[in-house]
Design a protein. Structure first.
Length: 142
């Protein structure tokens, strides 16, 4: 998939607040192997991206988008699970994500991938932009 298709999907999925092109370019450059797409041949159907902190101990599920015509088919869940699997394979101790409290589809997707709500983050992205912190931690005792 190319940047133009990713950017178009981002704008369609998040018309009020899409990630800017510069952020998408940086994600593609910085997180090689952690920017996954589902390509339907004629169109990009979904993408998901994760990153890793500088210490290499904590992974972040940063963004995911699914085209409206492809929703409900499990593409977002499959990409999210693939990212979680890749992050775990790197030996990370923790995986985090933030999600809007009203975004039940994303909350279900993250829960299915093993993340649980850990905290409410009022005004995380600015006034009225509340988020929930969801997290998975490795079982370091077992």
């Amino acid at each position: 998939a190319d940047l133009v298709a990713i950017e178009a999907l981002e704008r369609a999925a998040f018309p009020q607040d899409p990630l800017p092109r510069v952020t998408l370019v940086q994600y593609l450059e910085l997180f090689e192997g952690l920017f996954l797409v589902a390509d339907g041949g004629a169109a990009l159907l979904a993408y998901a991206v994760a990153g890793v902190t500088g210490e290499g101990r904590i992974g972040w599920l940063l963004s995911a988008a699914v085209a409206s015509e492809a929703r409900g088919q499990g593409l977002g869940s499959a990409l999210t699970q693939a990212l979680v699997d890749r992050l775990r394979a790197r030996g990370l101790f923790e995986i985090r994500a933030t999600v809007a409290p009203h975004n039940t589809a994303s909350r279900r997707m993250l829960s299915a991938a093993g993340l649980t709500v850990q905290a409410e983050l009022p005004d995380y992205f600015g006034p009225g932009e509340h988020r929930l912190l969801m997290r998975w931690t490795a079982d370091v005792d077992g």
